[in-house]
Design a protein around this ligand. Structure first.
Ligand SMILES: Cc1ncc(COP(=O)(O)O)c(C=O)c1O
Length: 388
């Protein structure tokens, strides 16, 4: 049986897969089962941000795997507590709830916002979300994702979410009122095309939340962990959130998520309110500490801004490209009318560059944050060739 046959027979067919089997990775490179080399500008959708098999992450996993892989959250284990400290000290300064994925981090954030609202006497709290946002695939996160919560196959969805247009500060202000628990948004919408929200929208969200006593929630699952050139995207924005979520790159390749609060919201979730069997296990927490150690470095973050600028500039000058969006190394490439993004993605894969297509006309580039200028130039040349 080939790998395709094995997958088709035994794996639920929920992913559209490309006909490539990857067997090895190092830095920005991947190799397939036939020995072909690829430059990876998708990094597992912004998971392997320190590059594939970064020595610090590999060593942390090896060391921790030989000592202690898992204990229940009914006991103490140092790596999870240390990870929570590092996350909070590098961001909002409150406390962290650790979990295993992005969608779970958002579930924790949604529960926190609802409880916060109930404490203020709001009986039916509502969370205002943005059209074009993406927050995950479990029922709460899905209900917070307007583009997916119209799919009747999975109805009924959770009540208590209200969607407003992506960048309409007036509509946002109008939607927030006494019954609002929170406004929840991604600083740059990743899954629907790399759409940075305007400063006006961010400011309107902050002001409306302050006026209503609601919380401002940032989903930094894709924008965080250095992706935009600062450890958290909000650092470059005109307003601070009350709660953020992180996942993807956080574990250096292993599954881990986090919901991080300010001191003022750090005691909303109490004993018994939330939990997860696997969360904050020593192995994944150890890997996350190693990944944070690599990423939370001013030199690396400076390089993300520099290489992001270099790549964006090269793309803007590429025939067939009509626009470039994003910040740092989170880049959406809008193609000219008549050029199909899925076709361009397939052609790039044949040429040895891994990217993905989001929608009919947009390519998304999420290279490792450790990418070099030479690798950026190589990718830009391959894109020029594929579109030429
Ligand atoms: C902004 C954002 N939030 C949430 C998620 C869901 O994360 P996960 O797939 O780890 O559940 C994603 C995943 O793409 C995301 O980009």
């Amino acid at each position: 049986m080939t790998i395709q046959e094995l997958d088709e027979r035994w794996v639920m067919q929920t992913y559209p897969r490309a006909p490539v089997e990857f067997v090895r990775g190092e830095g920005a490179r991947l190799w397939d089962s036939e020995g072909r080399e690829y430059l990876d500008f998708l990094t597992g959708i912004s998971v392997c941000s320190v590059g594939h098999c970064h020595p610090a992450v590999v060593e942390a996993i090896r060391e921790q795997a030989g000592r202690l892989i898992h204990v229940s959250n009914l006991f103490y284990a140092a790596p999870g507590a240390e990870l929570a400290r590092r996350l909070c000290e590098s961001s909002l300064g409150g406390r962290a709830f650790l979990c295993n994925s992005g969608t779970e981090a958002n579930e924790a954030m949604i529960k926190l916002a609802r409880k916060h609202a109930h404490r203020r006497g709001v009986d039916e709290p509502e969370i205002v979300v943005m059209e074009g946002g993406f927050h995950g695939r479990t029922m709460g996160s899905l209900s917070a994702t307007p583009g997916l919560s119209g799919n009747e196959s999975f109805a009924p969805y959770l009540p208590g979410f209200r969607a407003v247009p992506r960048d309409d500060p007036a509509a946002l202000r109008d939607a927030v009122g006494e019954g609002t628990a929170a406004v929840m948004l991604e600083p740059i919408q990743g899954e629907t095309g790399v759409w940075p929200l305007s400063d006006e929208t961010i400011l309107a969200a902050r002001e409306a939340c302050d006026a209503a006593g609601a919380l401002l929630l940032f989903d930094e699952i894709q924008t965080g962990m250095g992706r935009t050139g600062s450890l958290w995207a909000y650092e470059q924005l005109p307003a601070r959130p009350d709660v953020i979520t992180s996942a993807k790159a956080l574990g250096g390749g292993l599954p881990v998520g986090a919901c991080v609060t300010t001191p003022g919201t750090s005691a909303v979730l109490e004993v018994g309110d939330h939990g997860s069997t696997f969360a904050a296990g020593p192995l994944v927490a150890g890997a996350a500490l190693a990944a944070l150690g690599v990423i939370d470095d001013p030199e690396l973050l400076r390089s993300v801004r520099e290489q992001g600028g270099r790549l964006s500039e090269a793309l803007r000058e590429t025939p067939g490209v009509s626009g470039v969006r994003g910040r740092g190394l989170m880049i959406g490439v809008e193609l000219d009318d008549g050029i199909s993004a899925p076709d361009a993605r397939d052609r790039l894969l044949e040429l040895g560059l891994v990217v993905n297509a989001i929608g009919a006309t947009t390519l998304r580039l999420l290279p490792p944050l450790t990418v070099t200028g030479a690798e950026v130039d190589e990718a830009a040349a391959l894109i020029r060739r594929a579109l030429g």
